[in-house]
Each structure stands twice: as C-alpha cells, then as structure tokens.
Design a protein around this ligand. Structure first.
Ligand SMILES: [Mg+2]
Length: 243
C-alpha cells in the first residue's frame, strides 16, 4: 500500500513541475546497472554480484558469509566493494573486473525494443555513465539491442577508477563532454540530465547543477531536490515534452 501511494505521489510531483523539453541541446546521461535495465531484471546484477562475492572470498581467503560481511563494511566506508579492496588490499581494478566479467557466468538484460524506441526519440546527445568497466555494460547494451542508441560510454576506467559519487567523476564527465564539443565550461549545466537508480549518485550531479531523474521502483523517500522520479526507464516520456 505504501509503495502504491508513493508512486502516485511521485507522479504528482512530476506533473507539478515543468516537463523536460526534448531539444537538441540536451545531454542525456544514463547509468547502466538498474537504470537502463530495471528492478524487474535484478537477476542481471545478482549474477555479477555472485562473482564479486567469489572474488572477495578468493582474495581474502574467507567463506561466503565472511565475504558478505566484509563487503557491507566496504560499502559503508568506501562506497563500493572494489574501493575497499583497493584501499585495504591493493587490488588492481582490472584484475577485479577480469575476474567478475566472465561471460559464461553472467546473465544479460533482455532485448528491449521499447527502450530502443524511447532512446532514439530523445533529441540531443546520449551517453552511458557507469561505475562498471565498459565490457560489462557493452555486453548488456548489445543484448538489449540498444548499443547504437548512444554517442559514447564513460566508464570507471575512463574515470581513473574514481566513480560516482566522487566529485571527480562528474568533473571527468564534464571534461569529456567539453572534449566531445557538446558542452562548454560556464554554460548552463541543467541541460545535462542524469538518469540514475542511486540517490547518492544523483546528489553529485545535483551539486554540479545537472538535472536529475531518479529511476527507481522501490525507493520510499525521494529527496526534494530530485527533479524527476520514474519507476523505470520505459516511463521516461512521462517527464519529457514531445516535440
Ligand atoms: Mg545503478
């Protein structure tokens, strides 16, 4: 009941404010995990998560229970499992990703023609902005049939392993957009629109003056500064004015 009520409130919140105009000047940034594919395909992330747990077991020589406990500590203190492994055990990010990105052990999101239609309907530039290494997101985008809907990918490697919500990640993104010739320093940053399932990651974007769209079906408390809230990416056009 609480969830249904929340979704209704979110819809009102969206209706109460200006829609995003679908203009060529827009720069759309999409997080990958749990944003371009949603909660209904959480098993995709779970398949990766199993490999991460295994990596922690192997690296620290602990059982699964202990590995999960350690990971929770790393999340709380360092933001991600990898960040904790880097800080405390000198793990090289590429070794971590080489281990977890074993295609045979992973599940990818389903082919998504509706998402493709929505993405191609957005005017302006579209980029993926992910805390993963891009071989993971590239495989998923290919399986969904949406690889060609994007102008580029900013991944964790491109961010020198300092991902969202580190302030450096958003600065990297802005510098990348400047290098792409689609954004100039000092321009109105609100034309950069970040779609994310994580409020912490949206906060960094909000701090830069970007427009924020929370894509999340389960979150109960949405901060007031979040500009738009949709339950999944197929609802995106509820926030965008058709041209
Ligand atoms: Mg995500």
């Amino acid at each position: 009941m609480q969830v249904i009520l929340h979704v209704k409130l979110a819809a009102l919140q969206v209706k109460g404010i200006r829609m995003i105009s679908n203009e060529a000047s827009r720069i759309w940034l999409f997080d990958y995990d749990l944003t371009l594919y949603g909660e209904d395909e959480r098993f995709v992330l779970d398949s990766l998560d199993k490999r991460i747990a295994l990596f922690v077991q192997k690296t620290l020589n602990v059982d699964l229970e202990e590995a999960q406990k350690v990971r929770k500590e790393y999340w709380a203190k360092y933001g991600t499992t990898l960040a904790g492994l880097q800080a405390l055990h000198g793990v090289q990010p590429n070794d971590f990703f080489d281990f977890i990105h074993i295609p045979d052990t992973l599940i990818l999101p389903q082919c998504a023609p509706r998402k493709r239609e929505i993405l191609l309907g957005l005017r302006g530039k579209r980029y993926v902005f992910t805390n993963a290494r891009r071989d993971w997101s590239d495989a998923g985008l290919a399986n969904m049939g949406i690889s060609d809907c994007f102008d580029g990918v900013m991944d964790l490697l491109s961010m020198h392993w300092e991902g969202k919500p580190s302030g450096k990640a958003y600065l990297h993104m802005e510098h990348f957009l400047e290098a792409e010739g689609v954004f100039k320093k000092g321009e109105d940053p609100s034309r950069i629109i970040l779609l994310e399932d994580s409020i912490a990651n949206l906060a960094g974007a909000h701090h830069r003056g970007w427009t924020t769209i929370l894509v999340n079906a389960v979150i109960q408390e949405v901060p007031r500064w979040v500009n738009y809230h949709i339950t999944d990416i197929t609802k995106l056009m509820e926030t965008v004015d058709a041209v």
